[in-house]
Design a protein around this ligand. Structure first.
Ligand SMILES: Nc1ncnc2c1ncn2[C@@H]1O[C@H](COP(=O)(O)OP(=O)(O)OP(=O)(O)O)[C@@H](O)[C@H]1O
Length: 265
């Protein structure tokens, strides 16, 4: 359902600071795949997700989503098909808008409806049902401004907004990294629930090796702008952090250099 062919992203091209962030990346993602992405610092993980989401144009290669060539499409156009959650809990919601306005916007985005739809009685009921799923009592606070929520509550709402829109693809970029440990666990569980329930094809960058192994059905490891391992199903189930680090050393010829990942082991 998602096909990346020879994807290349170069920052500062033709300057002394030229930096090949994606070096002819190829990836075939099947519908319903939940892929965790790990890699050393500067390996190109965020660049990969940003390229797919249309944040910036790529130098060459193609991005096909559900048979549609989305290479070079704007971030705005891509956002109609792709849900995203970032590390910063403040990034995915509008602080001055209420919970119901934020959620309503997300739902209308997927259905091409106007914002008004969300304000009818029936629609409020639908939104309450969605909010009840995240189990934070937000269904009773529909008219609360989002800026009054905690980081964890906001991230849960962002995740719900990204999945309720029925995206063809969900991109998660270290979306629990800025939360306290207990809240991070809640959001991870919620992620697994929402993704499984809706069978959403998902790419998730994480700095937590244990999560990368436990979550999803496939794991890719990146290094120097390339995918150096693509580990599926059974092989993934038998992985350990030690094994994964060893595998990295074999391909890379040196120790894994992602401090945050190693600290969170
Ligand atoms: N917007 C940008 N402008 C210029 N250079 C960039 C930009 N985004 C990323 N880079 C560079 O591209 C390379 C890959 O960065 P990227 O953020 O994709 O790595 P990453 O694997 O996500 O790393 P980390 O785990 O440290 O977040 C790095 O050398 C980075 O400095």
């Amino acid at each position: 359902m998602l096909k990346l062919k020879d994807l290349e992203k170069i920052f500062y091209k033709n300057t002394p600071n030229e930096n090949i962030a994606l070096n002819k990346v190829n990836l075939n993602v099947k519908k319903g795949d939940f892929i965790t992405i790990v890699g050393s610092n500067g390996a190109g993980k965020s660049t990969l997700l940003n390229s797919i989401a249309g944040v910036f144009p790529v130098e060459s290669g193609t991005i096909i989503l559900d048979k549609e060539d989305i290479t070079g499409k704007s971030e705005y156009r891509c956002a109609q098909k792709i849900g995203r959650v970032f590390q910063n809990p403040l990034a995915g919601t509008s602080p001055e808008m209420t919970i119901e306005e934020n959620l309503s916007l997300a739902i209308s985005k997927s259905n091409n409806l106007s914002l008004k739809w969300g304000l009818s009685k029936h629609k409020r009921k639908v939104m309450k049902k969605h909010l009840a799923k995240i189990d934070l009592g937000l269904e009773e606070r529909l008219t609360t401004k989002v800026k009054l929520l905690s980081g964890g509550q906001r991230q849960a709402l962002t995740l719900l907004m990204a999945t309720v829109a029925n995206p063809r693809l969900l991109l998660l970029d270290e979306h629990t990294a800025a939360l306290d440990p207990a809240t991070a666990i809640k959001i991870k569980n919620l992620t697994a629930e929402l993704v499984n329930e809706n069978n959403i094809t998902t790419l998730m960058i994480t700095h937590n090796m244990e999560d990368a192994i436990k979550m999803g059905n496939r794991l890719i490891m990146m290094d120097a702008g390339q995918i150096i391992y693509d580990i599926k199903a059974e092989e993934k189930e038998n992985l350990s952090i030690e094994k994964l680090l060893k595998m990295f050393e074999i391909k890379h010829g040196g120790k894994f250099n992602n401090d945050r990942m190693l600290l969170s082991v």
